[in-house]
Design a protein around this ligand. Structure first.
Ligand code: BTN
Length: 268
């Protein structure tokens, strides 16, 4: 990152932040900070590199240099976010990343941004961003929103398998991006969209429905030990994945999408 960090507190909603050249995981550091009662929020933990980045479940999150890696700590009450809406924070963050990145991409190139339920952002058919929202066990009321966006890291020399699954802003545009500017845009968009979530703004679920890349596809979801399949009808207002099955429509609130329309997705 460049040294232009002052804008983080003067031009966004952040109360404070810390930056690391290298850290284990920004989410782990954020969870640790959440134990400090006197922490000023919203608070950002930002890193250039992670040595033990975490994804959903037991997944690791690995990225080479150039990715934008951060965890945002918010006090839910500051946003007027009741606990019943916390499960929607991940989708909301996904919508914010889609919108923020879309505003930065050249509009004449037809780049496609989408949301793969529940927490991936896809760019032109491949994963560009992962989101990990965690509720710290201590000082209930704080949330950690971890975001890893592939910006200047490239997958062009990665294995063919990884290349078919993952991409970055650099790989899609052939440009070197200013990560500070991307971060500022994402933070502003996150603030707006978290406020929309708190206000129960109907345009937010409309946006995740429009952005859903699984809609209309045959999806196989792993829920616990079971696999369930169905035609995806989109993402419900309450955040559930809507699957049309032989016995009718069912909404799912947890699980991992293992494949859709025959394409495996769990390798990354
Ligand atoms: C996923 O795709 O499963 C979620 C990946 C989330 C990765 C980000 S990178 C910044 C933050 N710190 C972590 O350890 N994880 C999140």
């Amino acid at each position: 990152m460049s040294a232009n960090f002052a804008r983080l507190t003067t031009e966004t909603f952040l109360a404070d932040f810390e930056h690391y050249a290298e850290i284990g995981s920004t989410n782990d550091r954020a969870l640790q900070l959440c134990t400090e009662e006197s922490l000023f929020t919203p608070y950002l933990v930002l890193a250039d590199r992670q040595t033990s980045g975490r994804g959903r479940g037991s997944n690791r999150w690995w990225s080479s240099d150039g990715a934008l890696l951060f965890s945002l700590i918010i006090e839910a009450a500051e946003f007027g976010l009741p606990e019943s809406r916390w499960p929607l924070v991940s989708l909301t963050a996904g919508v914010a990343v889609c919108q923020g990145v879309a505003s930065l991409l050249p509009s004449d190139r037809g780049h496609e941004l989408g949301l793969k339920w529940p927490n991936d952002v896809w760019l032109n058919g491949r994963k560009a961003c992962g989101i990990l929202v965690e509720v710290p066990p201590t000082l209930r009321g704080r949330l950690v929103i971890g975001i890893g966006l592939n910006v200047n890291n490239s997958f062009t020399s990665a294995s063919k398998e990884l290349q078919s699954l993952a991409t970055s802003l650099h790989d899609e545009t052939d440009a070197n991006w200013d990560r500070d500017s991307v971060l500022l845009v994402l933070l502003r968009q996150l603030e707006d969209d978290l406020k929309s979530l708190a206000a129960d703004d109907v345009r937010l679920p409309e946006r995740w429905q429009t952005l859903s890349v699984l809609t209309g596809r045959d999806v196989t979801l792993e829920v616990g030990q079971q696999h369930v399949s169905g035609r995806c009808l989109g993402i419900a207002t309450d955040g559930g994945l809507r699957l049309q099955r032989a016995d009718g429509e069912r909404n799912f609130y947890g699980g991992t999408v293992k494949s859709f329309s025959g394409k495996p997705t769990d390798a990354f």
